[in-house]
Write a protein that binds this ligand. Structure first.
Ligand code: SF4
Ligand code: SF4
Length: 66
């Protein structure tokens, strides 16, 4: 269980792919509609992707995540 997780806001993301390139866990991929998404099972919460996004589309969301 985690108390926060990183997510990509589809309303802000322009699909440049920068976050996917820097993710050390290869946890960012494109879904069937070509939107970039974080595969939560692979993500270790390092935050590197958030720092790479110039549009601040990668956000840390608080909550209870299983
Ligand atoms: S770096 Fe930002 S804009 Fe580019 S694909 Fe990732 S979330 Fe989207
Ligand atoms: S927080 Fe780290 S492991 Fe998770 S998607 Fe971003 S760069 Fe990858």
């Amino acid at each position: 269980m985690r108390l926060s997780r990183y997510e990509i806001r589809p309303d802000l993301c322009r699909a440049c792919g920068a976050c996917a390139k820097v993710c050390p866990k290869a946890a960012i991929d494109q879904d069937d509609e070509r939107r970039f998404v974080i595969i939560q099972e692979r993500c270790d919460g390092c935050g590197t992707c958030a720092g790479s996004c110039k549009l601040r589309a990668v956000v840390k969301r608080k909550g209870l995540f299983h």
